[in-house]
Design a binder for this molecule. Structure first.
Ligand SMILES: *Cc1c(COP(=O)(O)O)cnc(C)c1O
Length: 388
């Protein structure tokens, strides 16, 4: 079969492949410690499930409007106002099949062949692949531990060309967990406004913050940046709703209309009764978010201390999300070799940094229980000690 050329241009998701391998090994009865998961390990809070179950029982089982249930779009606009200081109405919001789909819709609606999209590395692995699918060009800007894996305003300015259309900002970051400070966000906003480009702010981890770190939504800094900002967010991480496939894009009405046309011919509306779970997530108690955060806080501390106690590994302290992204260069191994050997010899699954454009690192998720963290870190330590 001769497949379309675009297929050979995208890589299958390495994170999904490794998580699947760890799962398969577990199914064979092998004692695997997996730090590969890109999702919270908690069940969806009961009140959210109950709201969706009620909608299902009430027969909310038909097609709905492609951009989402009006009540949910309202609730999201309200959330963006109260949490993020963004002045959107329901018409500025489209409900999508996850945050991933909101980004995909945006890139399909905005990027023409040849348009450049600036992506700081380490990056979430789907960004460049989506740009490729749209025929755009990813301009990868490498960052390292010296700037906390964050792009500087100077780096951003230097990467901008007449072809630049969009800058992708992800804070808190997957894979590094790093959070841009309000000052850093302000400086980046200035560059974006000066160059008259757009920014998409992927805020999926905005609720998962530690040690008093603050999330500033870049579009809230004034009218000029607001008009150039798209917000991508969703329910997966904050409310442990990964399998529900619920996200949203917010921005100028023009982009929402454009993505609505694309969505109307591809997926149509997100599962109707699931959207009622999302309404409950936004409108009811936020205690569940705080409870999950409390568990993550403890795990982060344990995992970070253990990693930095291993000679040869180094990990700066991240302020958000649920990942650590230690540097492994002292082991002399590239990230893929490291991960292959670690899972073969010690049955520990982690993600090679090369998947995120950083071959000297690995990503560990601490969205797992403390006992697994302790056991897996014992094994990781043994492995690293055997290599240095
Ligand atoms: C998990 C994640 C998303 C969105 O996930 P969905 O399950 O599609 O909502 C978006 N961006 C980043 C960086 C993520 O880690």
């Amino acid at each position: 079969m001769k497949l379309a050329a675009r297929v050979s241009q995208v890589k299958p998701s390495l994170t999904l492949a490794i998580a699947a391998k760890a799962k398969a090994m577990k199914a064979e009865g092998i004692d695997v410690c997996s730090f590969s998961a890109g999702e919270p390990d908690f069940d969806t809070p009961a009140h959210i499930k109950a709201a969706a179950a009620k909608a299902l029982a009430e027969g909310k089982t038909k097609y709905g409007p492609a951009p989402g249930e009006p009540k949910l779009r309202e609730a999201i606009a309200q959330k963006l106002k109260s949490d993020n200081g963004l002045d959107y109405k329901a018409e500025n919001v489209i409900v999508t099949n996850g945050g991933k789909h909101s980004l995909y819709n945006l890139i399909m609606a905005l990027i023409d062949p040849g348009d450049e999209v600036i992506i700081p590395a380490p990056y979430w692995l789907s960004y460049p692949e989506m740009v490729t699918l749209a025929g755009g060009v990813s301009v990868i800007v490498n960052t390292d531990a010296s700037t906390g894996y964050k792009i500087t305003p100077e780096q951003l300015r230097q990467a901008i060309t007449p072809k630049t259309k969009l800058f992708v900002l992800n804070s808190p970051s997957n894979p590094t967990g790093m959070v841009y400070t309000p000052e850093e966000i302000k400086a980046l906003a200035q560059v974006i406004v000066d160059a008259d480009i757009y920014v998409v702010s992927d805020e999926i981890y905005e609720k998962i913050l530690y040690d008093g770190a603050e999330h500033l939504s870049i579009g809230s800094l004034g009218q000029e940046i607001f008009e150039r900002t798209f917000i991508s967010n969703g329910f997966a991480k904050a409310y442990s709703m990964t399998g529900w496939r619920l996200g949203y894009l917010a921005g100028p009405v023009e982009i929402i209309k454009a993505t609505n046309s694309i969505q109307g011919h591809s997926t149509s509306n997100v599962c109707t009764f699931a959207q009622y779970g999302a309404i409950a997530a936004l409108e009811e108690s936020q205690d569940c978010v705080a409870e999950m955060l409390q568990a993550f806080t403890k795990r982060r501390q344990v995992m970070l201390e253990r990693i930095n106690a291993i000679p040869g590994l180094y990990c700066p302290k991240p302020d958000g999300a649920f990942y650590l992204f230690p540097d492994i260069s002292k082991t002399g191994l590239k990230s893929l070799e490291f991960c292959d050997a670690l899972i073969e010899e010690h049955q520990v699954a982690v993600i090679p940094g090369i998947a995120f454009g950083a071959d000297n690192n690995i990503r560990l998720s601490y969205a797992t229980d403390l006992a697994t963290i302790e056991k897996g870190l014992d094994r990781l330590e043994k492995f690293v000690r055997s290599r240095i």
